[in-house]
Design a protein around this ligand. Structure first.
Ligand code: WTA
Length: 641
């Protein structure tokens, strides 16, 4: 074993998990034999339908697929009512801790009351089925309550990550014409309140569709109130009725919109619908994290991302599990904060991102060592490929050398896990998301759509929790995902297959960066840069980074008369932060006189990446101006990493 390269080591599933696993040994075979039948069984087992569906899949208008045709249901009913009316009514649904140590436990019974009241509160503001509601919230229980209340009414929500700028929030609100915004005064970041409401106010200066702004009092910081528009959450709740009849929704009614970066400057509003989403998110969590009645399950993702939607809120609650939420920084007051909480709450399943794991590795083993993490049985990873070293460290120091790691590959667009091991069945290798989930057909293909061992990752047939379109832009939906390989969904990732047939996702092959597991379009950062009066042109690439996975590196051509200096670098970095959000700030900004372009004018990002990562420059003969590369390379040399 010692001499085997990390990525070739094989770890068999622990017998004690296999024995009692939710997924039985024949699950792959069953799904293989009858894929549609497999999803039919899941849908019947996992969802409480108001009216049954007539058909599992309608593929007559591909790629506009429909799942569970004519089925009727309500998502909040499935997440709360059915548990609140059962023996689970006094079970913890949400456990929450704030950075300053405030604890909240909401049982299913309590969550039921809060969601019903808030649905009434929203209705009193005029929110009806089909209206869009924007959320700009910290990781507080009220965020989950608000999401569930929207689904109770049938009003699609659009969450915007709290780290996004006012401009990003404004653009997202305007794109979907949201009627109400729900936000909070602020939240704590390293012990100090961060004034979220101020950002919301700036966004609302130019968001005319918003009629009301609901504000949750959380950090207690001062806020400005706009008369007639703003209203306190607690005041609404004080007078809200205690029951709201769940709206009967069609399986294909829109559940939510979530904006994500694509290859152009304009983020895409990914649309998810109700039935298929509820089926696949539950099935995946149930089998992959092997959810049991006494679990304390903790997914560290922010609810502003798809992982937070699917695996902090909807899937765990639909399964009647206990989901833990933490709002705060991971090293406050000390670097053992997460392990301290994992011990105190007795966390049994823990799901986080490689960038966080690499940060913990850097800090050292003494922090997890100082806590008893023996309750942890299964670990998860998501957001980017996990490097084998981080995988081994995670297993050893967080998983007690035993917990299997579920490396889950999926996307905002897929809604739920697509490629992942099962903890009681799959032998693991560090660094691979292994095999498709039962009922999912993945492949790796070459340019000509032939199955290959290295190439592009595709999904060969529709899956229940797939996106249905891009909000307001069916053409962009078809163009982005279904053009390149026809009836195969193109994920935008590259992948390779090993001798076991396992899939190794190697990263994006389009112009999308993955910074600390967050998606960013190179075009978004470029358009922020060219807004500055000094900038004539910009090209952005990702550069390998030890902790973040990828860091943003920008090559900038200045307009005549402007001087390249460190003040300007600061200014440009700041501007990108203000425009998009702090995660988008470039680590490096390189001024150059020209950019490597093909004769047809396309920027050769591959060459820029070579420079940014310190590799020898490859073939430049196809460039319009081969000299440009030499100049950039000489600018770059001597730069500190
Ligand atoms: C990447 C997050 C390798 C991938 C759920 C994908 C991964 C993008 C993994 C989606 C993984 C996510 N291994 N790469 N386990 N999980 N990715 O939409 O490039 O924020 O296309 O969804 O993250 O990012 P998104």
């Amino acid at each position: 074993m010692e001499n085997v390269a990390l990525e070739n080591r094989v770890f068999n599933p622990p017998a004690e998990i296999t024995e009692n696993a939710n997924a039985k040994a024949d699950i792959y075979e069953l799904a293989q034999k009858d894929r549609i039948g497999f999803w039919d069984t899941q849908a019947k087992e996992l969802v409480t339908w108001v009216e049954p569906y007539d058909k599992v899949l309608d593929d007559s208008k591909a790629p506009f697929y429909k799942w569970f045709v004519n089925g009727k249901l309500n998502l909040s009913y499935n997440c709360i009512d059915r548990h609140a009316k059962s023996d689970r009514r006094n079970k913890a649904a949400i456990l929450y801790e704030s950075e300053i140590g405030r604890q909240v436990c909401l049982t299913y019974g309590m969550l039921y009351r809060e969601v019903n009241k808030f649905a009434n509160a929203l209705a009193s503001l005029g929110v009806k089925k089909g209206d869009r509601v924007a959320l700009y919230m910290p990781m507080i229980p009220e965020a989950a309550i608000a999401m569930l209340a929207c689904t109770r009414i049938g009003a699609p929500h659009s969450l915007v990550f709290g780290g996004f700028s006012p401009e990003s929030l404004r653009d997202r609100i305007n794109d979907c014409q949201a009627k109400v915004l729900i936000t909070s005064d602020g939240n704590f970041r390293r012990g100090k309140p961060f004034a979220l409401k101020n950002n919301a106010d700036k966004a609302l200066e130019d968001a005319p569709s918003i009629e009301k702004c609901v504000v949750v009092k959380n950090a207690g910081n001062d806020v400005d109130f706009v008369e007639g528009r703003d209203v306190w959450y607690h005041e609404l709740m004080a007078k809200a009725g205690s029951y709201y009849e769940p709206e009967v929704m069609d399986a294909e009614d829109m559940l939510f919109i979530l904006y994500t970066s694509g290859t152009t400057g304009k983020p895409k509003g990914v649309v998810h619908t109700t039935g298929g989403y509820l089926v696949q998110t539950q099935a995946t969590l149930k089998y992959v994290f092997d959810i049991k009645e006494d679990d304390v399950y903790w997914c560290t993702a922010d609810i502003g991302w798809i992982t937070g939607h699917s695996y902090v809120v909807y899937a765990p609650l639909a399964l009647g599990a206990t989901t833990f939420m933490y709002d705060g920084t991971i090293d406050y007051p000390a670097k053992d904060r997460l392990w301290d909480m994992a011990e105190r709450y007795g966390v049994t399943k823990f799901y986080t991102a490689p960038t966080a794991i690499r940060t913990f590795m850097k800090w050292g083993t003494e922090f997890p060592k100082s806590h008893d993490l023996s309750a942890i049985k299964i670990l998860g990873s998501v957001g980017e490929p996990i490097n084998p070293e981080a995988w081994m460290w995670y297993r050893e120091h967080i998983g007690g050398g035993q917990a299997p790691i579920m490396d889950t590959w999926w996307q905002t667009e897929t809604g739920a896990f697509m490629c992942t091991p099962l903890p009681g069945i799959t032998a693991l290798k560090p660094g691979t998301a292994t095999v498709p989930f039962p009922g999912i057909e993945l492949d790796i293909v070459d340019e000509n759509k032939n199955s290959a061992d290295v190439g592009y990752l595709v999904v060969k047939s529709p899956w229940p929790s797939m996106l249905r379109t891009i909000y307001g832009d069916d053409d962009r939906y078809v163009e982005t995902y279904w053009k390149r390989f026809g009836d195969f969904y193109f994920a935008g990732d590259g992948a390779k297959r090993d001798e076991l047939g396992y899939i190794w996702v190697t990263g994006r092959v389009d112009d999308v960066l993955n910074v600390s597991g967050h998606r960013l379009g190179t075009a978004e950062v470029e358009s922020a840069l060219v807004e500055c009066e000094e900038v004539a042109e910009a090209a952005v690439v990702g550069k390998k980074h030890d902790v973040k996975g990828e860091a943003v590196c920008a090559f900038v051509i200045l307009k005549d008369g402007f001087e390249a200096n460190s003040e300007l670098i600061d200014k440009l970095r700041k501007h990108v932060g203000v425009k998009i959000g702090p995660i988008a700030r470039p680590d490096d900004i390189i001024f150059t006189g020209g950019l490597p372009k093909t004769r047809s004018g396309k920027i050769m990002r591959r060459l820029l990446r070579d420079i940014a990562e310190g590799r020898a420059i490859g073939d430049v003969t196809t460039l319009a101006d081969p000299g440009a590369m030499q100049e950039i390379a000489s600018q770059y040399s001597g730069k500190e990493d």
